[in-house]
Design a binder for this molecule. Structure first.
Ligand code: G3H
Ligand code: ZN
Length: 284
């Protein structure tokens, strides 16, 4: 199957009351893990690449991996740009094969974020590419993007309504108390705010920074309208943890395949668990 945009998949998720997992990749093994898990769960899946992943692997490798992932499987696969902060890069991704992009103008003043996002949406529509935007500022660190506690800003529901009606985005990432990276402590989500945002906007809600959020809170967030959940840190932990264990077992090992195979298996495990938690198993 060719890569697909996420619009229709998110609409279906809305009707079925579940969410799609969007898993960050950095290399071939993680892409393979994402597809293996999606196939095992018979679930649509979003493979996404952050700024750090693009720097590390190169945009052309990411596109080739994403395309191969989709073409080699019967489950729907989206290749999504995560936290695109440059208009030029977003255009490049649309032009060269991403089926979905995030334009993250969250650090801009509201009117400017609306104007830039609107511009991206107009162009992406021509190419059948879906667009996610961000409003409010999600705390924590993901690759090059770092937002301190003082800078973090919860999404205002009235602004969200204005933002979505003026940009016509396909999905909106909101700040309701999660943070990127290895969270210290138990994140307290503002469910009232989430409910109010869901009530006021016409597109699906995206949850970033899901690491450390309890299963119960994830289920509640889905009940309240979250349809895309981003997962990076959990996969990193599982992947590198398995590499570490393999090397601890035999520190003289020099065959990368012996270290990367268990890492790939560990990633499949955690991705499958998340897909089940999000309720998208069997939703192909
Ligand atoms: O954009 C990616 C995700 O928001 C990553 O969140 O670090 O909690 O896995 P995470
Ligand atoms: Zn994020």
């Amino acid at each position: 199957m060719a890569l697909v945009p996420m619009t229709y998949l998110l609409q279906k998720a809305g009707q079925g009351g579940y969410a799609l997992g969007a898993f960050n990749c950095n290399n071939m093994e993680i892409v393979q893990s994402i597809v293996t898990a999606a196939e095992a769960e018979n679930s649509p899946v979003i493979i996404q690449a952050s700024q750090g992943a693009i720097k590390y692997a190169g945009l052309n490798y990411i596109i080739a991996l994403g395309r191969q992932a989709a073409e080699g499987t019967a489950v729907p696969v989206v290749l999504h740009l995560d936290h695109g902060t440059s208009f030029e890069q977003v255009m490049h991704c649309i032009r060269f094969g991403f089926s979905s992009v995030m334009y993250d103008g969250s650090k801009l003043p509201l009117e400017e974020n609306i104007a830039q996002t609107r511009k991206v949406v107009e162009i992406a529509r021509v190419f059948g590419v879906s667009v996610e935007a961000e409003l409010g500022r999600i705390g924590g660190t993901e690759d090059d993007i770092s937002v301190s506690n003082a800078e973090a800003l919860f999404t205002d529901p009235a602004e969200a309504e204005q933002f979505v009606s003026q940009t016509d985005v396909d999905a909106l990432a909101v700040a309701i108390g999660t943070a990127h990276g290895q969270y210290k402590g138990d994140p307290k989500l503002d469910f009232e705010r989430l409910a109010e945002i869901s009530r006021r906007i016409t597109c699906p809600v995206v949850l970033h920074g899901s690491f450390g959020v309890s299963d119960e809170s994830i289920r509640k967030a889905i009940e309240l309208g979250v349809r895309k959940i981003n997962i990076d840190t959990n996969v990193r932990q599982a992947f590198v943890g398995a590499m570490r264990s393999a090397l601890e077992k035999d520190s003289s090992e020099i065959d990368p395949r012996k270290v990367l195979s268990p890492a790939r298996e560990a990633a499949v495990e955690v991705i499958s668990e998340k897909i089940r938690l999000f309720g998208s198993s069997g939703k192909v």
